[in-house]
Design a protein around this ligand. Sequence first.
Ligand code: AMP
Ligand code: TRP
Length: 345
Amino acid sequence: MELKERVFSGMQPTGSLHLGNYLGAMVQWIEMQKTHECIYCVVDLHAITVWQDPKELRDAIRQVTAAYIASGLDPKTSILFNQSQVAAHAELAWVFNCVARLGWLNRMTQFKEKAGKDRENASVGLYAYPNLMAADILAYRATHVPVGEDQKQHLELARDIAQKFNNDFRAEIEAKGYADGLFFPQPEPVITGPATRVMSLRDGTKKMSKSDPSDLSRINLTDDADTIARKVQKAKTDPEPLPSETAGLAGRPEADNLVGIYAALAGKTKAGVLAEFGGQQFSAFKKSFAEVAVGRLGPIGEEVRRLTADPAEIDRVLADGSARARAIAAPIMDEVKDIVGLIRS
Ligand code: AMP
Ligand code: TRP
């Protein structure tokens, strides 16, 4: 049996999406719709690995769905849905909890960052988070996973889980007719967005993130033109003028980040941006930066606001996507149960 190419990716509904999500992942997701069967998920089960207010969670699930659509994901060609509506994610995650080793999870840097000093008080779900992520992908036997740079380690773990499952159950898998014991594919990370690591506007050494307490650190997809302009104005810089060549960005994290974001938004290279602004002060650059950002994100924000005004319609999109996702994942989960030796009716 041949493995078909299939794309899977997801984002957490924990606040509104920002420029890092957009440039690091979403732009690539949109591109891949042209060539692949794509499944894009709002990973609500991942969100609850840390405390979420239930009402805010509901709103965030709908908001992220709206942002997917507003950015250019098409709910007719691609499958858009929320994770908790498809039981296979949680079921396969349990099987993977029993395949993955403690030692593997102990190496995950994101857990260490998120759990912080108070590790004893982190939820068990936060620790097992990468196993659920592997289940998301492999429940569809997806082959390509477009993500930002920060997800690389989790993808490596998903590959290790796929391989260990294939090895552990090789006899059963071959008995089902899978050549070379290849039941799960090795999912490949696709880390090729226009900016795979967008940094905070307040600190060029920190990742732009939903969880940063300062809203000035990020540009949200729903920020209006005035807010975007203000955040760009307040973005941290250094006292030197912009360099004329990319080599001059070394050791200047804030300048490097802003030039990288500008290039990604304008569809230019960093060298091209510096050819234009090299030798100038940040003020002129920032003015142009704000215009480019507003031009690109303004229409997305407006569309998100329009879509979220009708939550019932968003829920219909999610119900439809979930039904289509279930139709793919349920038979795969049935086979997993057979392979592992669980009896089903
Ligand atoms: P999350 O917001 O953690 O659910 O991330 C959703 C997607 O956006 C993942 O593919 C991340 O790798 C990507 N992403 C999140 N933050 C950034 C960032 N600052 N730069 C680039 N990609 C990011
Ligand atoms: N862990 C990812 C993040 O925080 C989100 C995610 C969950 C995901 N499941 C996934 C991404 C499956 C790709 C594939 O960004």
